[in-house]
Design a protein. Structure first.
Ligand code: MV4
Length: 586
Protein backbone atom coordinates (compact mmCIF):
# COMPACT_ATOMS: atom_id res chain seq x y z
CA UNK A 1 0.00 0.00 0.00
CA UNK A 2 1.06 3.60 -0.61
CA UNK A 3 2.63 5.69 2.17
CA UNK A 4 1.76 9.01 0.59
CA UNK A 5 -0.76 10.24 -2.01
CA UNK A 6 -0.97 13.60 -3.76
CA UNK A 7 -4.49 14.87 -4.38
CA UNK A 8 -4.56 16.94 -7.58
CA UNK A 9 -7.72 18.86 -6.77
CA UNK A 10 -9.31 21.34 -4.38
CA UNK A 11 -12.51 21.84 -2.41
CA UNK A 12 -14.76 19.14 -1.04
CA UNK A 13 -13.44 16.33 -3.24
CA UNK A 14 -9.82 16.89 -2.17
CA UNK A 15 -10.88 16.66 1.49
CA UNK A 16 -13.12 13.67 0.71
CA UNK A 17 -10.11 11.77 -0.67
CA UNK A 18 -7.78 12.89 2.15
CA UNK A 19 -10.21 11.70 4.82
CA UNK A 20 -10.07 8.18 3.46
CA UNK A 21 -6.27 8.37 3.14
CA UNK A 22 -6.02 9.32 6.80
CA UNK A 23 -8.19 6.36 7.79
CA UNK A 24 -5.92 4.10 5.74
CA UNK A 25 -2.78 5.50 7.36
CA UNK A 26 -1.66 7.18 4.13
CA UNK A 27 -0.06 10.65 4.29
CA UNK A 28 -1.60 13.32 2.05
CA UNK A 29 -0.17 16.07 -0.13
CA UNK A 30 -2.43 18.95 -1.15
CA UNK A 31 -1.74 21.29 -4.04
CA UNK A 32 -2.99 24.86 -4.21
CA UNK A 33 -3.27 28.04 -6.23
CA UNK A 34 -2.54 31.55 -4.94
CA UNK A 35 -6.16 31.99 -4.01
CA UNK A 36 -6.28 28.70 -2.11
CA UNK A 37 -3.24 29.37 0.06
CA UNK A 38 -5.41 28.97 3.18
CA UNK A 39 -8.20 26.86 1.74
CA UNK A 40 -9.67 24.03 3.79
CA UNK A 41 -8.11 21.26 1.72
CA UNK A 42 -4.66 22.80 2.30
CA UNK A 43 -5.23 23.05 6.06
CA UNK A 44 -6.46 19.44 6.17
CA UNK A 45 -3.53 17.87 4.32
CA UNK A 46 -0.32 16.64 5.94
CA UNK A 47 1.74 18.60 3.41
CA UNK A 48 0.90 21.14 0.73
CA UNK A 49 2.62 22.31 -2.44
CA UNK A 50 2.01 25.63 -4.14
CA UNK A 51 1.29 25.35 -7.86
CA UNK A 52 1.12 29.02 -8.78
CA UNK A 53 -1.36 31.43 -10.23
CA UNK A 54 -5.10 31.43 -9.91
CA UNK A 55 -6.42 30.34 -13.27
CA UNK A 56 -6.94 26.60 -13.60
CA UNK A 57 -4.23 26.49 -16.30
CA UNK A 58 -1.65 27.94 -13.90
CA UNK A 59 -2.72 25.78 -10.97
CA UNK A 60 -4.97 22.70 -10.96
CA UNK A 61 -4.39 21.97 -14.66
CA UNK A 62 -0.65 22.60 -14.43
CA UNK A 63 0.47 19.03 -15.12
CA UNK A 64 4.24 19.68 -14.94
CA UNK A 65 4.00 21.37 -11.56
CA UNK A 66 1.73 18.68 -10.15
CA UNK A 67 4.04 15.87 -11.19
CA UNK A 68 7.04 17.83 -9.88
CA UNK A 69 5.18 18.30 -6.56
CA UNK A 70 4.59 14.55 -6.30
CA UNK A 71 8.27 13.85 -7.00
CA UNK A 72 9.46 16.45 -4.53
CA UNK A 73 7.24 15.18 -1.70
CA UNK A 74 7.78 11.50 -2.47
CA UNK A 75 4.10 10.82 -3.14
CA UNK A 76 3.79 7.39 -4.79
CA UNK A 77 0.33 7.95 -6.26
CA UNK A 78 -1.92 10.76 -7.54
CA UNK A 79 -5.69 10.93 -7.07
CA UNK A 80 -7.25 13.44 -9.48
CA UNK A 81 -10.68 13.80 -7.84
CA UNK A 82 -13.28 14.81 -10.44
CA UNK A 83 -13.09 17.61 -13.00
CA UNK A 84 -9.74 19.24 -13.76
CA UNK A 85 -7.38 16.39 -14.85
CA UNK A 86 -9.54 13.40 -13.90
CA UNK A 87 -10.34 12.40 -17.49
CA UNK A 88 -7.17 13.69 -19.12
CA UNK A 89 -5.49 10.61 -20.59
CA UNK A 90 -2.34 12.60 -21.41
CA UNK A 91 -1.94 13.44 -17.75
CA UNK A 92 -2.62 9.84 -16.72
CA UNK A 93 0.15 8.73 -19.09
CA UNK A 94 2.56 11.41 -17.86
CA UNK A 95 1.93 10.32 -14.26
CA UNK A 96 2.73 6.73 -15.15
CA UNK A 97 5.82 7.72 -17.11
CA UNK A 98 7.05 9.58 -14.03
CA UNK A 99 6.86 6.29 -12.13
CA UNK A 100 3.86 7.41 -10.08
CA UNK A 101 0.66 5.37 -9.72
CA UNK A 102 -2.43 6.89 -11.32
CA UNK A 103 -5.49 6.30 -9.14
CA UNK A 104 -7.89 6.02 -12.03
CA UNK A 105 -8.64 4.02 -15.17
CA UNK A 106 -6.10 3.10 -17.86
CA UNK A 107 -5.52 6.03 -20.25
CA UNK A 108 -6.62 3.80 -23.16
CA UNK A 109 -10.06 3.37 -21.55
CA UNK A 110 -10.33 7.14 -20.97
CA UNK A 111 -9.61 7.69 -24.68
CA UNK A 112 -12.09 5.08 -25.90
CA UNK A 113 -14.85 6.52 -23.76
CA UNK A 114 -13.94 10.19 -24.26
CA UNK A 115 -14.83 9.98 -27.93
CA UNK A 116 -18.58 9.32 -27.92
CA UNK A 117 -18.64 7.86 -31.42
CA UNK A 118 -16.04 5.31 -30.37
CA UNK A 119 -17.83 4.64 -27.04
CA UNK A 120 -21.07 3.86 -28.95
CA UNK A 121 -19.15 1.35 -31.10
CA UNK A 122 -17.59 -0.22 -28.01
CA UNK A 123 -21.02 -0.51 -26.36
CA UNK A 124 -22.46 -2.26 -29.41
CA UNK A 125 -19.48 -4.66 -29.47
CA UNK A 126 -20.15 -5.42 -25.78
CA UNK A 127 -23.84 -6.13 -26.54
CA UNK A 128 -25.01 -3.00 -24.71
CA UNK A 129 -27.59 -0.96 -26.62
CA UNK A 130 -26.82 2.73 -27.05
CA UNK A 131 -29.64 5.17 -27.84
CA UNK A 132 -30.58 4.35 -31.46
CA UNK A 133 -28.40 6.44 -33.75
CA UNK A 134 -25.32 6.60 -35.92
CA UNK A 135 -21.77 5.39 -35.36
CA UNK A 136 -20.20 7.46 -38.13
CA UNK A 137 -19.46 11.18 -38.19
CA UNK A 138 -22.36 13.25 -39.53
CA UNK A 139 -21.00 15.69 -42.10
CA UNK A 140 -24.06 17.42 -43.57
CA UNK A 141 -27.60 18.50 -42.72
CA UNK A 142 -28.84 16.11 -45.45
CA UNK A 143 -27.73 13.24 -43.20
CA UNK A 144 -29.70 14.74 -40.30
CA UNK A 145 -32.78 14.99 -42.49
CA UNK A 146 -32.36 11.43 -43.78
CA UNK A 147 -31.99 10.14 -40.18
CA UNK A 148 -35.07 12.08 -39.00
CA UNK A 149 -37.15 10.92 -41.94
CA UNK A 150 -36.24 7.30 -41.28
CA UNK A 151 -36.30 7.22 -37.46
CA UNK A 152 -38.68 10.08 -36.68
CA UNK A 153 -38.14 13.53 -35.15
CA UNK A 154 -36.76 15.01 -32.96
CA UNK A 155 -33.13 14.15 -33.67
CA UNK A 156 -30.30 14.76 -31.17
CA UNK A 157 -27.10 16.07 -32.76
CA UNK A 158 -24.12 15.58 -30.49
CA UNK A 159 -20.46 16.55 -30.65
CA UNK A 160 -18.26 13.43 -30.51
CA UNK A 161 -16.17 14.90 -27.69
CA UNK A 162 -19.06 16.71 -26.00
CA UNK A 163 -20.35 16.25 -22.50
CA UNK A 164 -22.39 18.00 -19.87
CA UNK A 165 -24.82 19.25 -22.50
CA UNK A 166 -22.08 21.02 -24.43
CA UNK A 167 -22.29 20.32 -28.13
CA UNK A 168 -25.83 18.96 -27.89
CA UNK A 169 -28.52 20.32 -30.20
CA UNK A 170 -32.00 19.03 -30.96
CA UNK A 171 -33.63 19.32 -34.39
CA UNK A 172 -37.43 18.95 -34.25
CA UNK A 173 -37.91 19.01 -38.01
CA UNK A 174 -36.15 19.24 -41.37
CA UNK A 175 -36.15 23.04 -41.13
CA UNK A 176 -34.06 22.98 -37.94
CA UNK A 177 -31.51 20.45 -39.19
CA UNK A 178 -28.90 22.79 -40.67
CA UNK A 179 -28.80 25.28 -37.81
CA UNK A 180 -28.77 22.55 -35.15
CA UNK A 181 -25.87 20.74 -36.84
CA UNK A 182 -23.90 23.98 -37.15
CA UNK A 183 -24.54 24.80 -33.49
CA UNK A 184 -23.34 21.40 -32.29
CA UNK A 185 -20.27 21.59 -34.55
CA UNK A 186 -19.43 25.11 -33.38
CA UNK A 187 -19.70 24.14 -29.71
CA UNK A 188 -17.71 20.96 -30.23
CA UNK A 189 -14.99 23.02 -31.87
CA UNK A 190 -15.08 25.77 -29.23
CA UNK A 191 -15.05 23.53 -26.13
CA UNK A 192 -13.33 20.35 -27.21
CA UNK A 193 -11.32 21.40 -30.25
CA UNK A 194 -13.25 18.99 -32.46
CA UNK A 195 -16.49 19.63 -34.33
CA UNK A 196 -17.23 16.02 -35.29
CA UNK A 197 -20.87 15.10 -34.60
CA UNK A 198 -23.11 12.01 -34.52
CA UNK A 199 -26.89 11.53 -34.42
CA UNK A 200 -29.36 9.88 -32.04
CA UNK A 201 -33.10 9.60 -31.70
CA UNK A 202 -33.99 12.28 -29.14
CA UNK A 203 -35.89 10.95 -26.11
CA UNK A 204 -38.28 13.55 -24.72
CA UNK A 205 -39.05 12.34 -21.17
CA UNK A 206 -35.97 10.45 -20.01
CA UNK A 207 -34.66 9.85 -16.53
CA UNK A 208 -30.91 10.09 -16.22
CA UNK A 209 -29.83 6.90 -14.47
CA UNK A 210 -26.20 5.86 -14.09
CA UNK A 211 -24.57 2.68 -12.82
CA UNK A 212 -21.51 2.67 -10.55
CA UNK A 213 -18.95 -0.02 -11.29
CA UNK A 214 -15.63 -1.09 -9.77
CA UNK A 215 -13.09 -3.13 -11.72
CA UNK A 216 -9.69 -4.40 -10.62
CA UNK A 217 -6.47 -5.12 -12.51
CA UNK A 218 -7.20 -8.86 -12.50
CA UNK A 219 -10.26 -8.92 -14.76
CA UNK A 220 -12.92 -8.73 -12.01
CA UNK A 221 -15.72 -6.19 -12.21
CA UNK A 222 -18.90 -5.56 -10.18
CA UNK A 223 -21.76 -3.07 -10.29
CA UNK A 224 -22.62 -1.37 -6.99
CA UNK A 225 -25.97 0.23 -7.77
CA UNK A 226 -27.63 2.94 -9.82
CA UNK A 227 -28.16 6.66 -9.23
CA UNK A 228 -30.99 8.80 -10.55
CA UNK A 229 -29.69 12.28 -11.42
CA UNK A 230 -32.71 13.60 -13.26
CA UNK A 231 -33.18 16.71 -11.10
CA UNK A 232 -30.86 19.09 -12.89
CA UNK A 233 -30.92 22.48 -14.50
CA UNK A 234 -28.96 23.38 -17.60
CA UNK A 235 -26.97 20.15 -17.20
CA UNK A 236 -25.95 21.05 -13.66
CA UNK A 237 -27.14 18.25 -11.40
CA UNK A 238 -28.96 19.41 -8.28
CA UNK A 239 -30.26 16.26 -6.58
CA UNK A 240 -29.05 12.68 -6.96
CA UNK A 241 -30.54 9.63 -5.31
CA UNK A 242 -30.40 5.88 -5.10
CA UNK A 243 -32.31 3.74 -5.74
CA UNK A 244 -33.95 5.40 -8.73
CA UNK A 245 -37.73 5.72 -8.36
CA UNK A 246 -38.12 4.44 -11.94
CA UNK A 247 -35.88 1.36 -11.72
CA UNK A 248 -37.21 -1.98 -10.44
CA UNK A 249 -35.12 -5.02 -9.46
CA UNK A 250 -35.29 -6.55 -12.92
CA UNK A 251 -34.23 -3.35 -14.73
CA UNK A 252 -31.50 -2.73 -12.11
CA UNK A 253 -30.00 -6.16 -12.70
CA UNK A 254 -30.14 -5.75 -16.48
CA UNK A 255 -28.49 -2.31 -16.28
CA UNK A 256 -25.86 -3.56 -13.83
CA UNK A 257 -25.00 -6.59 -15.96
CA UNK A 258 -24.72 -4.38 -19.06
CA UNK A 259 -22.40 -1.99 -17.19
CA UNK A 260 -20.13 -4.85 -16.10
CA UNK A 261 -20.08 -6.30 -19.65
CA UNK A 262 -19.00 -2.93 -21.00
CA UNK A 263 -16.34 -2.40 -18.30
CA UNK A 264 -14.85 -5.83 -18.93
CA UNK A 265 -14.96 -5.33 -22.70
CA UNK A 266 -12.74 -2.21 -22.53
CA UNK A 267 -10.42 -3.63 -19.88
CA UNK A 268 -11.62 -0.98 -17.49
CA UNK A 269 -9.97 -0.62 -14.09
CA UNK A 270 -10.86 1.42 -11.01
CA UNK A 271 -14.18 3.25 -10.43
CA UNK A 272 -16.37 4.21 -13.35
CA UNK A 273 -19.93 5.18 -14.20
CA UNK A 274 -22.11 4.05 -17.09
CA UNK A 275 -24.65 6.76 -17.88
CA UNK A 276 -27.99 5.67 -19.33
CA UNK A 277 -31.28 7.19 -20.29
CA UNK A 278 -34.34 5.39 -18.90
CA UNK A 279 -37.78 5.89 -20.39
CA UNK A 280 -40.89 3.70 -20.10
CA UNK A 281 -39.04 0.89 -18.34
CA UNK A 282 -36.29 0.61 -20.97
CA UNK A 283 -32.67 1.78 -20.78
CA UNK A 284 -30.07 2.86 -23.33
CA UNK A 285 -26.36 3.48 -22.93
CA UNK A 286 -25.44 7.16 -23.24
CA UNK A 287 -21.80 7.52 -22.24
CA UNK A 288 -19.24 6.37 -19.71
CA UNK A 289 -17.64 8.65 -17.13
CA UNK A 290 -14.13 7.43 -16.43
CA UNK A 291 -13.76 9.01 -12.99
CA UNK A 292 -15.15 9.19 -9.49
CA UNK A 293 -18.28 11.34 -9.67
CA UNK A 294 -19.57 14.14 -7.47
CA UNK A 295 -22.61 12.02 -6.57
CA UNK A 296 -20.67 8.84 -5.62
CA UNK A 297 -21.68 9.41 -1.97
CA UNK A 298 -25.26 8.14 -2.33
CA UNK A 299 -23.89 4.83 -3.54
CA UNK A 300 -21.50 4.70 -0.58
CA UNK A 301 -24.33 5.35 1.89
CA UNK A 302 -26.58 2.54 0.62
CA UNK A 303 -23.92 -0.04 -0.31
CA UNK A 304 -21.74 0.59 2.74
CA UNK A 305 -18.61 0.84 0.59
CA UNK A 306 -16.02 3.62 0.69
CA UNK A 307 -15.47 4.09 -3.04
CA UNK A 308 -12.30 6.15 -2.59
CA UNK A 309 -10.79 3.43 -0.43
CA UNK A 310 -11.75 0.93 -3.14
CA UNK A 311 -10.07 3.13 -5.78
CA UNK A 312 -6.86 3.26 -3.78
CA UNK A 313 -6.80 -0.48 -3.09
CA UNK A 314 -7.46 -1.27 -6.76
CA UNK A 315 -4.72 1.14 -7.89
CA UNK A 316 -2.35 -0.59 -5.47
CA UNK A 317 -3.06 -3.85 -7.30
CA UNK A 318 -5.46 -5.56 -4.89
CA UNK A 319 -7.98 -7.97 -6.37
CA UNK A 320 -11.63 -7.11 -5.59
CA UNK A 321 -12.32 -8.42 -2.10
CA UNK A 322 -16.03 -9.20 -2.68
CA UNK A 323 -18.07 -10.47 -5.58
CA UNK A 324 -21.42 -9.43 -7.01
CA UNK A 325 -23.42 -11.85 -4.81
CA UNK A 326 -22.00 -10.34 -1.64
CA UNK A 327 -23.04 -6.82 -2.54
CA UNK A 328 -26.07 -5.50 -0.80
CA UNK A 329 -27.85 -2.20 -0.77
CA UNK A 330 -29.97 -0.91 2.05
CA UNK A 331 -32.36 2.01 2.34
CA UNK A 332 -32.39 5.20 0.31
CA UNK A 333 -29.86 8.02 -0.04
CA UNK A 334 -30.29 11.52 -1.45
CA UNK A 335 -27.56 14.05 -2.24
CA UNK A 336 -28.23 17.78 -2.63
CA UNK A 337 -25.59 20.03 -4.13
CA UNK A 338 -25.34 23.26 -2.16
CA UNK A 339 -23.98 25.86 -4.59
CA UNK A 340 -22.93 29.47 -4.11
CA UNK A 341 -25.47 30.77 -6.57
CA UNK A 342 -28.57 32.85 -6.90
CA UNK A 343 -31.42 30.35 -6.32
CA UNK A 344 -33.60 31.95 -8.98
CA UNK A 345 -31.12 32.92 -11.69
CA UNK A 346 -28.74 30.02 -10.97
CA UNK A 347 -25.82 32.39 -11.50
CA UNK A 348 -22.67 32.17 -9.35
CA UNK A 349 -22.61 34.19 -6.14
CA UNK A 350 -18.97 34.20 -5.00
CA UNK A 351 -17.90 35.96 -1.80
CA UNK A 352 -17.06 35.53 1.87
CA UNK A 353 -19.00 33.09 3.99
CA UNK A 354 -19.82 35.02 7.15
CA UNK A 355 -21.68 32.26 8.93
CA UNK A 356 -21.64 28.55 8.26
CA UNK A 357 -23.53 25.97 10.32
CA UNK A 358 -23.84 22.43 9.00
CA UNK A 359 -26.79 20.18 9.80
CA UNK A 360 -26.19 17.01 11.80
CA UNK A 361 -27.98 14.10 13.36
CA UNK A 362 -28.71 10.54 12.31
CA UNK A 363 -28.32 9.76 8.63
CA UNK A 364 -26.80 13.12 7.69
CA UNK A 365 -23.43 13.57 5.95
CA UNK A 366 -21.93 16.84 4.76
CA UNK A 367 -18.90 16.95 2.44
CA UNK A 368 -17.64 20.49 2.07
CA UNK A 369 -14.50 22.39 1.12
CA UNK A 370 -15.58 25.59 2.84
CA UNK A 371 -16.60 26.92 6.23
CA UNK A 372 -17.06 30.11 8.20
CA UNK A 373 -14.63 32.83 7.10
CA UNK A 374 -13.71 31.10 3.83
CA UNK A 375 -14.15 32.74 0.46
CA UNK A 376 -15.84 31.23 -2.60
CA UNK A 377 -13.85 32.36 -5.64
CA UNK A 378 -15.11 33.18 -9.09
CA UNK A 379 -12.18 31.15 -10.45
CA UNK A 380 -13.53 27.74 -9.46
CA UNK A 381 -16.81 25.91 -9.44
CA UNK A 382 -19.44 27.09 -7.01
CA UNK A 383 -20.09 23.84 -5.14
CA UNK A 384 -19.90 24.80 -1.46
CA UNK A 385 -21.11 21.55 0.09
CA UNK A 386 -22.84 18.29 -0.62
CA UNK A 387 -25.59 17.35 1.79
CA UNK A 388 -26.19 13.61 1.76
CA UNK A 389 -28.91 11.91 3.77
CA UNK A 390 -29.75 8.25 4.32
CA UNK A 391 -33.17 6.89 5.24
CA UNK A 392 -34.81 3.50 5.60
CA UNK A 393 -36.90 4.31 2.53
CA UNK A 394 -37.43 7.19 0.08
CA UNK A 395 -40.08 8.87 2.21
CA UNK A 396 -37.90 8.90 5.32
CA UNK A 397 -34.88 10.10 3.33
CA UNK A 398 -36.92 12.97 1.85
CA UNK A 399 -38.17 14.06 5.28
CA UNK A 400 -34.60 13.93 6.61
CA UNK A 401 -33.35 15.92 3.62
CA UNK A 402 -35.87 18.68 4.32
CA UNK A 403 -35.05 18.67 8.03
CA UNK A 404 -31.30 18.93 7.27
CA UNK A 405 -31.81 21.69 4.66
CA UNK A 406 -33.69 23.61 7.34
CA UNK A 407 -30.71 23.38 9.68
CA UNK A 408 -28.13 24.46 7.10
CA UNK A 409 -27.14 28.09 7.74
CA UNK A 410 -24.92 29.88 5.25
CA UNK A 411 -24.71 33.67 5.14
CA UNK A 412 -22.65 36.21 3.23
CA UNK A 413 -23.28 34.53 -0.12
CA UNK A 414 -26.42 33.45 -1.93
CA UNK A 415 -26.95 29.70 -2.02
CA UNK A 416 -29.42 27.41 -3.77
CA UNK A 417 -30.71 26.06 -0.42
CA UNK A 418 -34.11 27.76 -0.96
CA UNK A 419 -34.42 26.09 -4.39
CA UNK A 420 -33.41 22.72 -2.91
CA UNK A 421 -36.19 23.06 -0.30
CA UNK A 422 -38.70 23.66 -3.09
CA UNK A 423 -37.52 20.61 -5.04
CA UNK A 424 -37.40 18.19 -2.08
CA UNK A 425 -40.73 19.48 -0.76
CA UNK A 426 -42.52 19.20 -4.11
CA UNK A 427 -45.32 16.67 -4.68
CA UNK A 428 -43.71 15.72 -8.01
CA UNK A 429 -40.47 14.79 -6.24
CA UNK A 430 -42.43 12.68 -3.76
CA UNK A 431 -44.20 11.02 -6.69
CA UNK A 432 -40.85 10.24 -8.40
CA UNK A 433 -41.85 11.87 -11.68
CA UNK A 434 -38.97 14.35 -11.91
CA UNK A 435 -37.42 13.93 -15.38
CA UNK A 436 -34.45 15.82 -16.84
CA UNK A 437 -36.73 18.66 -18.00
CA UNK A 438 -38.66 19.11 -14.75
CA UNK A 439 -36.63 21.82 -12.97
CA UNK A 440 -36.56 23.99 -16.08
CA UNK A 441 -40.20 23.47 -17.08
CA UNK A 442 -42.17 22.77 -13.91
CA UNK A 443 -40.41 24.17 -10.85
CA UNK A 444 -41.93 27.51 -9.81
CA UNK A 445 -39.22 29.67 -8.24
CA UNK A 446 -41.32 32.84 -8.03
CA UNK A 447 -41.66 32.55 -4.24
CA UNK A 448 -37.88 32.99 -3.99
CA UNK A 449 -37.58 36.09 -6.15
CA UNK A 450 -37.46 38.48 -3.21
CA UNK A 451 -34.81 36.67 -1.18
CA UNK A 452 -31.68 38.78 -0.74
CA UNK A 453 -28.14 37.74 0.21
CA UNK A 454 -28.55 36.20 3.67
CA UNK A 455 -26.54 38.10 6.26
CA UNK A 456 -25.63 36.91 9.75
CA UNK A 457 -26.93 39.12 12.56
CA UNK A 458 -23.59 38.91 14.33
CA UNK A 459 -20.76 38.31 11.97
CA UNK A 460 -18.30 35.88 13.49
CA UNK A 461 -16.45 35.00 10.31
CA UNK A 462 -14.54 38.24 9.72
CA UNK A 463 -13.40 38.95 6.24
CA UNK A 464 -9.70 38.14 6.33
CA UNK A 465 -7.23 40.97 5.93
CA UNK A 466 -5.34 40.98 2.64
CA UNK A 467 -1.93 39.35 2.93
CA UNK A 468 1.31 40.38 1.33
CA UNK A 469 4.46 38.46 0.52
CA UNK A 470 7.66 38.88 2.56
CA UNK A 471 10.89 36.92 2.24
CA UNK A 472 12.68 35.87 5.42
CA UNK A 473 15.79 33.83 6.02
CA UNK A 474 15.59 30.76 8.25
CA UNK A 475 18.04 28.11 9.26
CA UNK A 476 16.96 24.50 9.56
CA UNK A 477 19.82 22.62 11.16
CA UNK A 478 22.79 24.26 9.51
CA UNK A 479 21.09 24.84 6.23
CA UNK A 480 20.01 28.27 5.17
CA UNK A 481 16.65 28.74 3.46
CA UNK A 482 14.97 31.75 1.97
CA UNK A 483 11.32 31.41 2.93
CA UNK A 484 8.34 33.31 1.57
CA UNK A 485 5.77 34.23 4.22
CA UNK A 486 2.35 35.73 3.67
CA UNK A 487 1.49 38.14 6.45
CA UNK A 488 -1.54 40.34 7.11
CA UNK A 489 -0.87 43.83 5.81
CA UNK A 490 -1.19 45.42 9.24
CA UNK A 491 1.67 43.24 10.55
CA UNK A 492 3.94 43.72 7.58
CA UNK A 493 5.82 46.76 8.90
CA UNK A 494 6.12 50.35 7.79
CA UNK A 495 6.49 49.57 4.11
CA UNK A 496 3.06 48.04 3.97
CA UNK A 497 0.10 49.87 2.59
CA UNK A 498 -2.59 50.72 5.15
CA UNK A 499 -4.98 47.82 5.64
CA UNK A 500 -7.99 48.30 3.44
CA UNK A 501 -10.92 45.93 3.63
CA UNK A 502 -11.91 44.57 0.29
CA UNK A 503 -15.45 45.30 -0.71
CA UNK A 504 -17.54 42.18 -0.91
CA UNK A 505 -18.09 40.88 -4.37
CA UNK A 506 -21.70 40.86 -5.37
CA UNK A 507 -23.85 38.66 -7.57
CA UNK A 508 -25.61 39.47 -10.79
CA UNK A 509 -28.43 41.55 -9.41
CA UNK A 510 -26.01 44.00 -7.92
CA UNK A 511 -23.81 44.31 -10.98
CA UNK A 512 -26.88 44.96 -13.11
CA UNK A 513 -28.09 47.36 -10.45
CA UNK A 514 -27.49 50.73 -12.07
CA UNK A 515 -30.93 50.37 -13.58
CA UNK A 516 -30.73 52.60 -16.64
CA UNK A 517 -27.01 52.10 -17.07
CA UNK A 518 -26.14 51.60 -20.70
CA UNK A 519 -23.05 49.58 -19.82
CA UNK A 520 -23.59 45.84 -19.99
CA UNK A 521 -21.07 44.18 -17.66
CA UNK A 522 -20.21 40.58 -16.82
CA UNK A 523 -21.33 39.26 -13.44
CA UNK A 524 -18.45 36.79 -13.42
CA UNK A 525 -15.23 35.76 -15.04
CA UNK A 526 -15.72 33.79 -18.24
CA UNK A 527 -15.20 33.43 -21.98
CA UNK A 528 -17.26 35.27 -24.58
CA UNK A 529 -18.82 32.53 -26.69
CA UNK A 530 -21.05 34.55 -28.93
CA UNK A 531 -22.04 38.17 -29.42
CA UNK A 532 -25.68 38.35 -30.38
CA UNK A 533 -25.84 42.05 -31.29
CA UNK A 534 -24.03 44.36 -33.66
CA UNK A 535 -23.20 48.04 -33.33
CA UNK A 536 -26.31 49.95 -34.42
CA UNK A 537 -28.78 47.23 -33.40
CA UNK A 538 -31.93 48.22 -31.51
CA UNK A 539 -32.15 46.12 -28.32
CA UNK A 540 -34.65 45.93 -25.47
CA UNK A 541 -33.94 45.55 -21.77
CA UNK A 542 -33.69 41.87 -20.84
CA UNK A 543 -32.82 40.73 -24.34
CA UNK A 544 -29.75 38.44 -24.52
CA UNK A 545 -26.84 40.26 -26.14
CA UNK A 546 -23.83 38.13 -25.22
CA UNK A 547 -23.40 34.43 -24.47
CA UNK A 548 -20.75 33.96 -21.79
CA UNK A 549 -19.26 30.61 -20.88
CA UNK A 550 -18.55 30.50 -17.15
CA UNK A 551 -18.63 27.79 -14.51
CA UNK A 552 -18.98 25.21 -17.30
CA UNK A 553 -22.31 26.78 -18.30
CA UNK A 554 -23.50 29.03 -21.05
CA UNK A 555 -24.98 32.18 -19.54
CA UNK A 556 -26.95 34.80 -21.40
CA UNK A 557 -25.92 38.34 -20.56
CA UNK A 558 -28.85 40.64 -21.16
CA UNK A 559 -29.28 44.24 -22.27
CA UNK A 560 -29.64 46.52 -19.22
CA UNK A 561 -31.94 49.00 -21.01
CA UNK A 562 -33.73 49.72 -24.27
CA UNK A 563 -31.61 51.47 -26.87
CA UNK A 564 -29.09 51.26 -29.67
CA UNK A 565 -25.85 49.32 -29.33
CA UNK A 566 -23.21 52.03 -29.50
CA UNK A 567 -20.05 50.10 -28.83
CA UNK A 568 -18.93 46.48 -28.44
CA UNK A 569 -15.79 46.15 -26.39
CA UNK A 570 -15.12 42.42 -26.61
CA UNK A 571 -14.75 39.77 -29.31
CA UNK A 572 -15.86 36.16 -29.41
CA UNK A 573 -13.25 34.05 -27.66
CA UNK A 574 -12.13 36.82 -25.27
CA UNK A 575 -11.66 36.02 -21.60
CA UNK A 576 -13.34 38.64 -19.43
CA UNK A 577 -13.17 39.38 -15.72
CA UNK A 578 -16.07 40.07 -13.37
CA UNK A 579 -17.46 43.58 -13.81
CA UNK A 580 -15.87 44.17 -17.20
CA UNK A 581 -17.91 46.21 -19.68
CA UNK A 582 -18.96 44.11 -22.67
CA UNK A 583 -20.96 46.61 -24.64
CA UNK A 584 -22.56 50.00 -24.33
CA UNK A 585 -26.20 50.83 -25.13
CA UNK A 586 -27.32 54.40 -25.81
C1 MV4 B 1 -29.98 12.85 -24.80
C2 MV4 B 1 -31.25 13.22 -24.34
C3 MV4 B 1 -32.34 12.70 -25.02
N1 MV4 B 1 -32.14 11.89 -26.07
N2 MV4 B 1 -29.85 12.04 -25.86
C4 MV4 B 1 -27.48 15.82 -22.10
C5 MV4 B 1 -26.05 15.78 -21.68
C6 MV4 B 1 -25.43 14.62 -22.33
N3 MV4 B 1 -24.66 13.88 -21.37
C7 MV4 B 1 -26.55 13.82 -22.87
N4 MV4 B 1 -27.76 14.57 -22.70
C8 MV4 B 1 -28.94 14.16 -23.19
N5 MV4 B 1 -28.86 13.31 -24.22
C9 MV4 B 1 -30.92 11.58 -26.48
N6 MV4 B 1 -30.76 10.79 -27.53
C10 MV4 B 1 -31.35 14.07 -23.25
C11 MV4 B 1 -30.19 14.55 -22.68
C12 MV4 B 1 -30.40 15.45 -21.59
C13 MV4 B 1 -29.98 15.13 -20.32
C14 MV4 B 1 -29.33 13.94 -20.02
C15 MV4 B 1 -28.91 13.66 -18.75
C16 MV4 B 1 -29.15 14.58 -17.74
C17 MV4 B 1 -29.77 15.75 -18.01
C18 MV4 B 1 -30.20 16.04 -19.29
C19 MV4 B 1 -30.85 17.24 -19.54
C20 MV4 B 1 -31.25 17.55 -20.80
C21 MV4 B 1 -31.01 16.66 -21.84
Amino acid sequence: MFDKILIANRGEIAIRVMRTCREMGIATVAVYSDFDREARHVLYADEAMHLGGNTPAESYLNTDRIIAAARETGAQAIHPGYGFLAENSGFARAVREAGITWIGPPPEAIDQMGDKVSSRKVAIAAAVDPVPGTTEACMSSDEVIAFGTENGWPVAIKAAYGGGGKGLRVAHSEEEAAEALQGAQREGEAYFGNGECYLERYLERPHHVEVQILADAHGNAVWIGERDCSAQRRHQKLVEETPSPVVDDDLRTRMGDAAVRLAKHVGYQNAGTIECLVQDGEFWFLEMNTRLQVEHCVTEMTAGIDLVSAQIRIAAGEALWFDQDHLDRRGHAIEMRINAEDPVLFLPSPGFITRYREPGGFGVRVDSGYGEGFEVSQFYDNLVAKLIVWGENREEATARALRALGEFEITGIRTNIPAQKLILGHDDFAAGVVTTKWVENHLDLSSLAEIDVPEAESVSGEEPEPRIERTVTVEVGARRYEVKVFVPESQAGQAAAPAVRKKKKRGLRDSAAGADSGSVTTPMQGTVLKILAEVGDQVTAGEAVVVLEAMKMENNINATRDGIVKEIRVAEGDTVGAGEILLVIE
